[in-house]
Design a protein around this ligand. Structure first.
Ligand code: NMX
Ligand code: MLT
Length: 445
């Protein structure tokens, strides 16, 4: 039993007891002030509580709060590395230096990636999108799941979280290696670089990717990046997908692969790639950093032609994403370079101008920047301009939260996720005949 399992065990036991008690004592209490309206359902369940996790909450104005109390900026300051945030989500306390050292050693002992993962990767054409390469190798690693064998051997349900944690720690030790190998395959000389156990996880990633980082700024930024993207409550599209898949008792590898598939869409994790593409398009169209009037004109034209401005808007947030602020604040450490960098100058200009332009379109609920508008621009300024790789970085960040959520869900004894769905005719029936018209379709509790 590793230290994180020992330390997480009391938190997990308390979480299970609390989960069962809340269900038992409050199961029949109403959860929301008003009824769920037809438009809630028809607009992607917006505003409807659709999941439950204690690893983080997303406040509409303040943004993500790990374990419901540690804001993103504080998390970056106090945890410093994603390993510590994972520990926080699992153990409910930040690790001591000794805890962290033991945790790093545990991860380092798992660094050997099964050889067939590399064979699987190398079987794909180099031209395959980096996200597809990541999803494919992650899915292939399913074969390593200790949970699956133990389950088939009749493991007790109380043991599930430990098995999922064990598999999850293996994935943590492998995923940055897979991502770095994909990067080198597509953008480098194709040779893999071994991880250095003396490094932390983020340092290992930068080292293995072969990216130039003589100043250490890229590594420092990656730590901030990985923490900022690590978790965003249970119901964003990727975490929700992962939670559903894991609730079927599928393996952590399948859970991650499904999570990554959800992240691959441009309304979600691919918006970071699209944001940088947009900035480059603006620079190209105006022959350099445009004026405010030109940015306004560009956005108006984009929206008038039915386009979407990537990196703006959010399904839950209603103000500038704290993660955008945290990531772009990093530019202060490379202020001189940033001032002269056209991508950064253009990103900042659009970030200033766009909210006013978007706010004139009342249908857009949140005209502010989200994490994706800044994350890639900073990466490009730090020497990582390969934008179709950016969603891979989002994936190996989100991995930390999805594993923590899955382990906790199994520890709490949550059941398979299975909400009811309605036909359009039923929605019309409820709207015209009152909600009781749907009674025959609901199961008895
Ligand atoms: N540019 C243009 N139109 C927008 C934008 C935007 N940035 N954001 C919302 N709208 C539109 C949206 O398409 C919808 O139009 P319609 O009714 O014609 O379908 C209308 O405004 C209402 O949408 P909202 O209720 O404001 O947003 P919703 O909760 O449905 O969607 C996003 C949230 C994030 C999908 C949406 O804001 C968007 O597409 N943003 C751009 C893509 C992006 O940045 N995604 C990344 C999100 C963060 N992440 O990391 O995943
Ligand atoms: C995320 O980090 O998952 C995105 O901001 C999307 C979301 O929360 O809905």
């Amino acid at each position: 039993m590793g230290l994180i399992e020992t330390k997480a065990a009391p938190a997990m036991e308390a979480a299970r007891e609390r989960y069962q008690r809340v269900l038992r004592d409050y199961g029949n209490y109403p959860l929301t002030k008003g009824p769920v309206l037809v438009k809630n359902l028809m607009r992607g369940n917006r505003g409807v509580p659709g999941g439950m996790t204690d690893t983080s909450f997303v406040h509409p104005y303040k943004g993500v709060q790990f374990n419901g109390d540690l804001a993103c900026d504080e998390a970056v300051e106090r945890a410093e590395i994603p390993e510590a945030i994972f520990w926080y989500m699992m153990v409910e306390q930040l690790p001591s230096l000794d805890d962290l050292q033991a945790f790093k050693s545990d991860l380092n002992a798992r660094l050997e990636v099964p050889g067939y993962a590399w064979d699987t990767l190398n079987a794909l054409p180099v031209s395959t999108h980096p996200m597809t390469q990541l999803q494919t190798v992650t899915n292939a690693l399913e074969g390593e799941a200790k949970f699956r064998d133990a389950y088939l051997d009749g493991a007790a349900s109380g043991e599930y979280w430990k098995l999922m944690l064990d598999d999850g720690l293996n994935q943590i030790a492998w995923q940055h290696q897979v991502a770095a190998a994909i990067y080198r395959r597509i953008f480098g000389d194709g040779k893999r670089v071994e991880p250095n156990p003396a490094h932390d996880w983020s340092e290992q990633f930068v080292h293995m990717s072969g990216a130039e980082d003589p100043s250490g700024h890229l590594t420092a930024y990656m730590r901030v990046y990985f923490i900022s993207h690590a978790d965003h409550e249970a119901t964003n599209a990727s975490a929700n997908t992962g939670a559903i898949v894991n609730s079927t008792l599928a393996t952590i590898a399948s859970t991650l692969s499904a999570t990554y598939n959800a992240l691959s869409g441009p309304r979600h994790g691919m918006a970071n790639q699209e944001s940088l593409m947009l900035i480059e398009r603006v620079l190209d169209q105006y022959g350099g950093v445009p004026t405010e009037a030109q940015v306004t004109e560009f956005i108006d034209n984009l929206l008038d032609s039915g386009g979407v401005l990537p990196g703006f808007g959010h399904a839950q947030l209603r103000d500038t994403d704290i993660r955008f602020v945290v990531l772009t604040n990093y530019l202060a450490t490379i202020a001189e370079v940033a001032e002269k960098n056209d991508i950064i100058r253009c990103m900042r200009l659009i970030a200033d101008v766009a909210p006013g332009v978007l706010a004139k379109r009342p249908k857009i609920a949140n005209p502010h920047q989200n994490i994706d508008f800044g994350s890639g621009a900073v990466l490009s300024a730090l020497g990582l301009p390969q934008r179709n790789f950016y969603t891979v970085l989002f994936c190996i960040s989100r991995m930390w939260g999805v594993i923590a959520q899955a382990v906790r869900a199994r520890g709490e004894g949550k059941p398979i996720m299975r909400p009811i769905s309605l036909t359009t005719a039923m929605v019309e029936e409820a709207a015209t005949g009152g909600p009781e018209a749907l009674d025959p379709y609901f199961q008895d509790e």
